[in-house]
Design a protein around this ligand. Sequence first.
Ligand code: FAD
Ligand code: DLZ
Length: 522
Amino acid sequence: MTVSASGPVLVPILGDQLSPDISSLADRKPDDTIILLMEVAEETTYVRHHKAKIALMLSAMRHFAEELRVAGWTVDYVKLDDPANTGSFTGEVTRAVDRHGARGVQVTEPGEWRVRQAIEHWRRDLPVRVRILPDTRFICPLPDFYEWAAGRKELRMEWFYREMRRKTGLLMEGDKPVGGRWNFDAENRDGPKSGLQPPALPAFKPDAVTRDVLKLVSTRFAKHFGSLEKFGWPVTRGQAKTARDDFLKHRLPLFGKYQDAMVAEQDFLFHAVLSPAINIGLLDPLDLCRRAETEWREGRAPLEAVEGFIRQIIGWREYIRGMYWLEMPDLADANGLDATRPLPDFYWTGETDMRCLADCVRTTRDNAYAHHIQRLMVLGNFALLAGLKPQDVADWYLVVYADAFEWVELPNVAGMVLHADKGRLASKPYAASGAYIDRMSDYCGKCAFNVKKKTGEGACPFNALYWHFLDRNEKKLSDYHRLAQPYATWRRMAEDKRAAYLESAEAFLATLTPAQTGWARA
Ligand code: FAD
Ligand code: DLZ
């Protein structure tokens, strides 16, 4: 291997690090640096990502390479179909060190544990010094999160969020929250209004680069889940900014009010639909929050919407990232509720008579997107109530969404949805019967099942599954303060009614067909 003391420094930039101000470039000069971007088979197939996610990644990487070149950097770009491509980050970095006679490697820490392990091995195996730098695009450095978590019995997001408000000064007046409250969620829980017509999202027509990628993906990854037909994700920084401005102007004012609402075939409602752009580095999360704050300060959006939005980003997003690194690697195997049922096939096919689930799988397949409440209270709630195996569920979420990276997917799945982490992240499982879905959506009216019917033929399966879940987890969950009321109701219920619930749930669970293997992992 060729190593030269006077060679350049190699800066590998991973597919979710597409930010010109990434820490690995902060102290570099163009005349002494080679930037390496690598399309590698291992990243496209360690889980068999939705086709649209692969297309988004490859197109955004190719556009970013051009952005860097225009800014004066030397970029070495390895394409997926390059015959010499070894197929892994490690193989490509090893080859590039040799090719350029690099004197060192400098990389921003990756978002995923799996990749972090690989990069640690570079330190041992490469003949040059490897520097790993913190990812400064997050607002809370990991050491600060660990310090916040140390010694606390309960790691609740709400307390962390307040610290982040103080740290950033967002929506603060001195040391007090604007409006006299930290959280305006009470104003934010409207169900769907009939005829609710959200504004259309801006459409980004694929350019020549994206068209090439779409062709590559549709042939090479033909068997992966998902459709490319509606592909319209922003793939350049300019497009991401257009998407951001469109959200701030047209959807932010009603973001809070309809944040928890679900409407069949209205796939985006008033959500930002910016998570892929934020996660891969096309948008800066703090800048986005400051712009949202300006919308409130200048009277264009109400406080409850802006506070709710900012909380998702400086609160939930940062907290989830901290929890991932705090809890890994154990989180990946966590199964606190001993759930063992395999993932049913309808998560892939969408073939179920439960209209809410069918619609959520449809938008997932068509858009590589479902909004938060669909992920949490329909797809996730079903997984929790039916006792689906956490690792199957986590693989599914990692495959199907354009914004899915393990650091953000896994704590949401194992912690927020499945309670597999025994409540480290959420103070109680988000379990709900059909009544919740009926209140927050328009799904139930035209569903083959009757949400008002509790048990027996034609009853909404969520109703019996809810009590089945509580009953089978009674030893683990009945001490939870926030579940005291449902457990009291369950215990007061007549024996025959309880038996009917359990029987109905068992009968429904027996109808589920496990998914074939090979959808998520080869
Ligand atoms: P909005 O609803 O408009 O929210 C604004 C922003 O807040 C999002 O773009 C996102 O950056 C942030 N945000 C909101 N909620 C969360 C959260 N719980 N965790 C982290 N960030 C949050 N988000 C991902 O980015 N990647 C994932 O892989 C992912 N997996 C999820 C899995 C499950 C089971 C659940 C319940 C949630 C998951 N989320 C994930 C969080 C959330 O659902 C998505 O961030 C959101 O739906 C993205 O759409 P949006 O940009 O329209 O978000
Ligand atoms: C998700 C993804 C995909 C599909 N392909 C690539 C790729 O070819 N090259 C690359 O650099 N990154 C890709 N990514 C994103 C990586 O999986 C992500 O950067 C790491 O998991 C670290 O979070």
